[in-house]
Design a protein around this ligand. Structure first.
Ligand code: NAD
Ligand code: UFG
Length: 329
């Protein structure tokens, strides 16, 4: 089976490439390296001892995308490519809509033309409205408060309509919760450019001494320790979840959506103290005001993914903290 992995040089894409190669799939990676580098491609090759074609291509370029599809007979696309920084999407909404929608449209056009019948799409927990009761299920009401979330929502709608017309196609949208951690080799991991917005890369950089302290955005939420709660999932569990999605797509047609998380909420404070304990170090932190737009609590019901995909995250929060530090140090 030959798979086009878009955004395969990125954080989740690179980890998924290792899983795909180790499970005998042929892959072709396309990435414009807007938020990644060739280091990840080298890392994948080192880990797996396997080679694969890489295209430095902007998937918003229709002709260049078409060239990739014309050069290979793909069975499936895993579409990770996209811009993902929430705050940046609020400042530059048009850039986000253009990049995330045009690339997805171009891929759909090429899939239709070249009869590539399966796509796994990287969606996000941000497609859910922010006043839903927890846990979030796939039926929880949708809606966003930023352009990034709306771009994922719109891509899902494009893909839903696409599946309705290409009735022999299978479209699986995976709504990821909070991916953290790294490959145990330490050769690939999350490499945010600039100051990280997300908690785990900020913790890891603080452990390295790059920042003097972690700012906890609010300790007055209605949660057991007052800090925000998220459903962190190890990136290797998430990567493996794509295998379950491919197996599902092999047997089903139409559009289907799954939440991928652990179903367990972890607070900011719990994450910091676990990171300290597992890695035997001290992390300075202080309490800062709440961050605008943050939910107090977000976690999934893992039931649909468990029941239909047969997916269950295996790795613990300790694994997430250990592997993140193994990569970062
Ligand atoms: P990432 O930024 O590390 O990877 C995305 C990759 O896509 C990058 O390598 C980037 O260079 C590439 N890319 C972006 N636009 C492109 C274009 N027009 N043409 C070709 N390549 C392009 O992000 P990630 O964390 O690996 O996320 C992968 C996907 O999962 C994204 O679609 C993201 O929105 C989604 N997602 C991520 C998270 C998260 O917290 N990391 C959560 C939910 C959903
Ligand atoms: N937090 C801090 N200090 C920091 C960074 C984060 O206290 O320096 C807190 C946040 O307030 C929140 C928690 O840590 O309570 C997690 O924050 P992240 O920024 O790591 O994650 P978010 O849940 O806010 O958002 C992330 C991605 C989105 C994605 C979403 C999916 O940034 O792109 O998860 O649920 F869509």
């Amino acid at each position: 089976m030959k798979i086009l992995v878009t955004g395969g040089a990125g954080y989740i894409g690179s980890h998924t490439c290792t899983v795909l190669l180790e499970n005998g799939y042929d892959i072709v990676v396309a990435d414009n390296l807007a938020n990644s580098s060739m280091d990840a491609i080298d890392g994948i090759k080192k880990i797996t001892q396997k080679s694969f074609p890489f295209y430095k291509t902007d998937l918003c370029d229709e002709a260049a995308t078409e060239e990739i599809f014309a050069s290979h007979k793909f069975d499936c696309v895993i579409h990770f490519a996209g811009l993902k920084a929430v705050a940046e999407s609020v400042a530059k909404p048009i850039m986000y809509y253009e990049n995330n929608l045009i690339s997805t449209l171009n891929i759909c056009k090429c899939m239709k033309k070249h009869r590539v019948p399966k796509i796994i799409f990287s969606s996000s927990a941000v497609v859910y409205k922010n006043d839903n009761p927890m846990p979030l299920t796939e039926d929880s009401p949708l809606g966003s408060i930023n352009a990034y979330g709306w771009s994922k929502f719109m891509c899902e709608q494009i893909l839903r309509d696409f599946a309705a017309t290409e009735t022999d196609f299978s479209v699986v949208s995976l709504r990821y919760f909070n991916p953290v951690g790294a490959h145990t080799s330490g050769l690939i991991g999350e490499e945010p450019s600039g100051i990280p917005n997300n908690l785990m890369p900020f913790i890891a950089q603080t452990a390295r001494g790059i920042h003097s302290e972690i700012k906890i955005f609010g300790n007055d939420y209605d949660t057991p320790d007052g800090t925000g709660i998220r459903d962190y999932i190890h990136v290797m569990d998430l990567a493996e979840g794509h295998m379950n999605a491919i197996n599902f797509a092999n047997k089903n047609t139409g559009f289907e959506v799954f939440n991928l998380g652990t179903g367990r909420g972890v607070s900011v404070l719990e994450m910091i103290t676990t990171f300290e304990t597992v890695n035997g170090l001290k992390l300075p932190y202080s309490i800062a005001p709440r961050r605008a737009g943050d939910l107090p609590v977000s976690y999934t019901s893992p039931k649909k993914a468990e029941k239909i995909l047969g997916f269950k995250a295996k790795r613990t929060i300790e694994d997430m903290c250990r592997d993140t530090w193994n990569f970062r140090r």
